[in-house]
Design a protein. Structure first.
Length: 1112
């Protein structure tokens, strides 16, 4: 039943309360009050067909009241039409009730004066939501019983739109019986869209609406309405528009063509009115388009005709001139295309198909969107499939965005290879294809959960490509492959001209490109990736639940899973993965996994596998990686699975197999009965420079055999190309060997798990590059089961050749702990062992064969902290040069500054101190300066000291001054240690100081989620003995009095820090402090006075002295 208008009486249980007096609340035995309201109309029911005004179960009316506001109540159709709305407050005289339809959960819960309502620009036959309705305000005139059968009154609803009734037929028999898919009214001026309405001022005599912007309205008819043979049996549709006067055009789209009528006459559409039209498609007033197309594609029918008619020989240029609603239209794929298609930044919607737009493309396609209403369901026998093109042959794609889902559902074992991409299935051109600013946000899925499959390459942009360039492409849709198992080796790609030359078969799942590899093995045919991203919703999943069903072969077949590309040769620049990556390949019924060399896993945050080398630069993984794996090949160490935070496996011994200036922020978890190499950057092989694994990326491995390294799991290949320079890991590593008798088969290193290359004497590893300033280091904690080969730098070194790691000038830095536990009592440690200068060489390497020279040290670096109230802009011009001179001379690593009033002092300091950078939120008076060569700042922010820490202004403060605390996460570059740093300025009164200390502790607990040691500095306006410090003293030291602290003198240790510019009549005291967590060692403390060293020509730099603490 077609339903647009609701205008006859119904009963509604409505909550409705704008209270005038104290209300009765529901007691413990009465959960709610319920009330019945009748709904009335505007007495215009006779103007409409009764078939279009009925309520149905589930329709939702919205009511506003004092307690439960903007609450939806579902209609129940029985002998009466009712809506049950519940309230915890009793109604009384004077209460107001406001209601509207349909309910919109985006509306403000408390305001009935700005309700968002809409006349949709896309409407559907058989739904009533196209007609917005508002009830006139209702005032309760007397008390009523809170009983479900109590009739309270009548709510009178207003229809805010106008209805066009279209009776569609044809006097031309050629069009009769065609299925109507939709009707589009193009007014040329705003006639629909979202608007706001004031329910509190609704007036039947003036219920006008405004603010809507859509100029076109479409109603979809489904497949149940056909073109009649006369006005008496026409197909009827209803369309709602905003009241107004329009001319415009009507287009009727059927399964055979499109018919357009353009009106030159303005017609008035009244609110709550219905205007009937007889549409005779066969009359001279209607223009028919029934199958042709030209270079200007103006309608869905013309687009369908274009796809059916174009070919690979077509080199013409085409333009889409309008959005294309493909509801009810079945397409035939273009057999080929060699021209250009410009989508004009238009959108294709409601395309449901089992074939792509193009079977093959060698032309240019640009500026086109397929929205989320599009869906493709190719058969499991398909070999190549993408929403845009199944097969590409050197085409170009620019600004193509698809949100369409693509789903292959298997009903038996899949016995063909599949290349599946959001845009393109396969690209087989040695000269390459280009993808620029293209995106996918649709779900790409192969569901063969109960079955097996052959080789698969699938991704958000292209499934398989011989050679392509990807620039600024993104994926934000889940890419998922579910099966019992997949045999990638036995059934290789049908495109290969000489299958016997391809020694590996692969299954690849990724965000941008599944597999990018020239099967002719032309080594200079490489793909490139530039500024590509796999966004957070682009979860990558491979799930093989029964790998024991896979044939056993002594041939390499890889399961490649990654955020950007599964397998590729070439280069990758500034690419990022944000999404979780999951790879599961397990043998639940059979643990005989060692002979399955044809299913090795290669998993990486941005890339899975490369054979000929993939040069990765300035890339990052920020998503979690989870692997559950029961398989490997034990006969050679090179044939193992590999998991890396950036790339799983690089080609060994290759000059371009390298990762440079890249980072991993995501945790890595590997479990199962497998043999696997795991690295924070790279799982196996390849060189690296300038990389970093953050402490947010812990590595947790449980396996039967494998190599685990903070940077690199397994080092292999020519040592000339197997180097690690200026790279460091800050992540904790936990490794468990679950093999009862051969636990030694797992090696764990803070930087490298297993180093298997030849001599390194000419190419020492783990050193800085010539132009780099930082040396390699590991900062973290290693926990492992006993008897494993564990080192804070390298787990195991193989071979008898000379190996050199580090240099005497730039030794490898190690800080943290090592803890071997369980299983083997003679090798277990009862507690973690802290690495220091006396034991670092002993624990640097777990096991080695041959001559090894390693330069390593463990020493805590010192951080120089300063707090200084610079007294703002007062006499600033006279003091500023001396302050800068003092900063440069003392060279503190971090400076907490208070009273940075106005902009001039801050601009002067940051311009004069070139070695420093700073953080100052807006024009707040607290700021942080830090030496960029010593520390890094991240996760900066601030909060207010007041009753509401998020509210600004003096009124919120405890002493009528706006006060803040600025904070940051600080990383010591030399050691990799992290701190949570806070700089603040307390109120002047005791209450404010006590409240501020309590707030600080609370906010530090909330913000310091990683539980880093805390540094708290500032002008606190209170002394050490003040009671506000009582709680803080339980877990922090005041650096002035820390255990073992070295001081300039006892007098200096107890000297006042507020000097009042020398005014001895002022209350001068020790009110500036530096506090640190008790886990931090304080080396020294100093109150820097002019007697110690004078700077500038002023006697005092400020009315406070700088204070300095050095921590280790």
């Amino acid at each position: 039943m077609n339903r647009f208008l609701r205008i006859f009486s119904i009963s509604v249980f409505a909550l409705a309360l704008v209270a005038c007096v104290e209300k009765e609340l529901a007691g413990p035995d009465v959960l709610e009050f319920a009330y019945t309201f009748k709904l009335g109309s505007e007495d215009t029911k006779t103007e409409f067909s009764p078939d279009h005004v009925a309520w149905q179960d589930g329709d939702r009316v919205a009511c506003f009241a004092l307690t439960s506001k903007n609450q939806a109540a579902a209609v129940t159709v029985g002998s009466n039409v009712t809506v049950k709305v519940k309230s915890s407050v009793a109604l009384s005289a004077g209460d107001m009730v406001y209601a509207y339809y349909p309910y919109n959960d985006r509306n403000d819960a408390s305001s009935a004066s700005a309700v968002k309502m809409e006349i949709p620009s896309k409407q559907v036959i058989g739904t009533a939501d196209a007609m917005p309705m508002a009830a006139l305000p209702f005032t309760l005139t007397g008390s009523v019983s809170p009983d479900t059968d109590t009739e309270v009154g009548t709510l009178r609803f207003l229809n805010l739109g106008s209805v066009i009734k279209m009776n569609i037929f044809s006097s031309n028999s050629a069009y009769q019986g065609e299925t109507i898919q939709r009707v589009t009214f193009n007014a040329g001026v705003p006639c629909a869209g979202e608007f706001t309405f004031d329910l509190t001022a609704a007036d039947a005599s003036n219920a006008s609406i405004s603010g809507y912007e859509a100029t076109q309205v479409t109603v979809s008819a489904g497949n149940s309405v056909t073109v009649g043979s006369s006005a008496a049996d026409g197909g009827v549709l209803y369309l709602v528009v905003a009241p107004g006067t329009y001319a415009g055009s009507f287009t009727v789209s059927t399964d055979k063509g499109e018919y357009t009528y353009t009106s030159s006459k303005d017609r008035t559409y009244a609110r709550a009115g219905l205007k009937p039209f007889d549409f005779d498609l066969g009359s001279a007033n209607w223009t028919a388009e029934t199958g042709g197309y030209d270079t200007s594609i103006d309608s869905p029918a013309e687009f369908k005709a274009f796809l059916a008619g174009t070919s690979a020989e077509d080199t013409a240029s085409y333009t889409i001139t309008t959005d294309l609603d493909m509801s009810g239209i079945s397409i035939t794929s273009a057999s080929g295309f060699g021209g250009s298609l410009d989508g004009g930044s238009h959108t294709i919607s409601n395309l449901i198909s089992d074939v792509p737009l193009f079977a093959q493309n060698s032309g240019s396609i640009s500026n086109l969107t397929l929205d989320e209403t599009c869906a493709f369901t190719p058969a499991q026998t398909v070999t190549e499939f993408g929403a845009i093109a199944a097969m590409d042959n050197g085409g170009t794609y620019e600004n193509i965005n698809t949100a369409a889902s693509i789903t292959i559902t298997a009903t038996e074992n899949i016995t063909n290879n599949i290349a599946l991409g959001g845009l393109v299935g396969a690209s087989n051109n040695v000269d390459g294809s280009t993808f620029t600013t293209c995106s996918n946000s649709g779900a790409i899925t192969i569901d063969a959960t109960e079955y097996t499959h052959w080789a698969v390459a699938m991704a958000g942009i292209v499934g398989w490509t011989r050679k392509s360039s990807f620039d600024y492409c993104t994926n934000n849709g889940p890419i998922s492959l579910y099966a019992q198992c997949g045999d990638g080796y036995s059934h290789q790609w049908s495109f290969i001209s000489s299958e016997t030359s391809d020694t590996d078969g692969n299954i690849s799942v990724a965000g941008i490109a599944g597999r990018a590899l020239d099967h002719e093995q032309t080594k200079d045919v490489m793909s490139s990736y530039n500024h590509c991203e796999n966004l957070a919703a682009g979860a990558i999943t491979l799930n093989h639940g029964h790998m024991d069903a896979l044939p056993k072969l002594d041939k390499t077949g890889c399961l490649n899973v990654a955020g950007i590309c599964g397998q590729s040769n070439g280069s990758m620049e500034k690419c990022v993965n944000y999404a979780p990556i999951t790879a599961i390949a397990i043998c639940p019924a059979n643990n005989d996994y060692w002979e399955r060399r044809n299913c090795l896993l290669k998993v990486g945050g941005v890339a899975g596998l490369t054979w000929e080398g993939l040069a990765i630069n300035s890339c990052s993984n920020r998503g979690s990686i989870f692997v559950n794996y029961d398989g490997s090949w034990e006969k050679t160490q090179r044939n193992m699975s590999a998991v890396g935070g950036v790339i799983g496996k690089q080609g060994y011994g290759l000059s371009n197999a390298k990762v440079t200036f890249s980072t991993n922020h995501g945790p890595i978890t590997v479990t199962g009965n497998g043999h696997v190499a795991v690295g924070g950057i790279t799982g196996s092989s390849g060189s690296m420079r300038g990389n970093r694994v953050y402490d947010t990326a812990p590595i947790n491995v449980s396996c039967k055999a494998g190599f685990v390294g903070g940077l690199l799991g397994f080092a292999d290949g020519n040592s000339q190309y197997q180097y690690i320079r200026t790279s460091y890991c800050e992540a904790d590593i936990t490794a468990e060997n679950i093999w009862d008798t051969n636990r030694y088969k797992v090696c764990v290193g803070g930087l490298i798990g297993y180093f298997a290359t030849g001599a390194t004497g000419s190419y020492p590893s783990l050193i800085p590059y010539s132009s780099d300033t930082q040396r390699c280091h590991y900062t973290g904690n290693i926990v492992s089961t006993g008897q494993m080969k564990v080192g804070m730098v390298i787990g195991q070194i193989g071979g008898n050749n000379e190996k050199v790691f580090g240099t005497a000038e730039t030794p490898i830095l190690v800080t943290g702990t090592i803890h071997r536990w369980g299983y083997d009592a003679d090798n277990a440690m009862s507690e973690p062992l802290m690495i220091n200068s006396s034991n670092v060489e002993e624990y640097a390497i777990g096991s080695t064969a041959g001559t090894v020279t390693i330069y390593v040290e463990s020493s805590a670096s010192a951080l120089n902290l300063m707090s200084f109230n610079i007294r703002g802009s007062s006499t600033w011009s006279a003091r500023k040069s001396g302050i800068v001179e003092m900063f440069k001379d003392q060279s503190p690593d971090i400076i907490g500054i208070q009273e940075v009033d106005n902009i001039e002092p801050w601009e002067y300091l940051t311009s004069q101190l070139s070695d420093y950078s700073g953080f100052r939120p807006g024009i707040k008076t607290n700021a942080i300066l830090y030496k960029t060569s010593a520390v890094e700042l991240s996760k900066t922010g601030f909060f207010y000291l007041g009753t509401d820490y998020s509210a600004s202004g003096a009124a919120n403060s405890w002493d009528s001054y706006e006060r803040t605390a600025v904070y940051a996460t600080v990383r010591d570059i030399a050691t990799g240690n992290y701190y949570f740093y806070v700089n603040t300025h307390f109120p002047l009164n005791q209450t404010g100081q006590t409240n501020s200390a309590t707030l600080l502790e609370s906010r530090i607990g909330e913000l310091n989620t990683n539980k880093y040691p805390v540094i708290l500095v500032g002008d606190f306006n209170c002394v050490y003995g003040n009671s506000c410090w009582d709680s803080i003293k339980t877990w922090m030291y005041n650096t002035r009095y820390a255990p073992g602290v070295s001081v300039y003198s006892a007098e200096n240790q107890n000297l006042y820090t507020y000097n009042a510019f020398g005014d001895s009549s002022s209350d001068r005291n020790k009110i500036d402090h530096i506090w640190v967590s008790k886990s931090i060692t304080v080396a020294s403390y100093l109150t820097l006075t002019q007697e110690i060293k004078k700077y500038g020509d002023q006697e005092y730099l400020s009315d406070h002295y700088p204070i300095i603490a050095v921590i280790a």
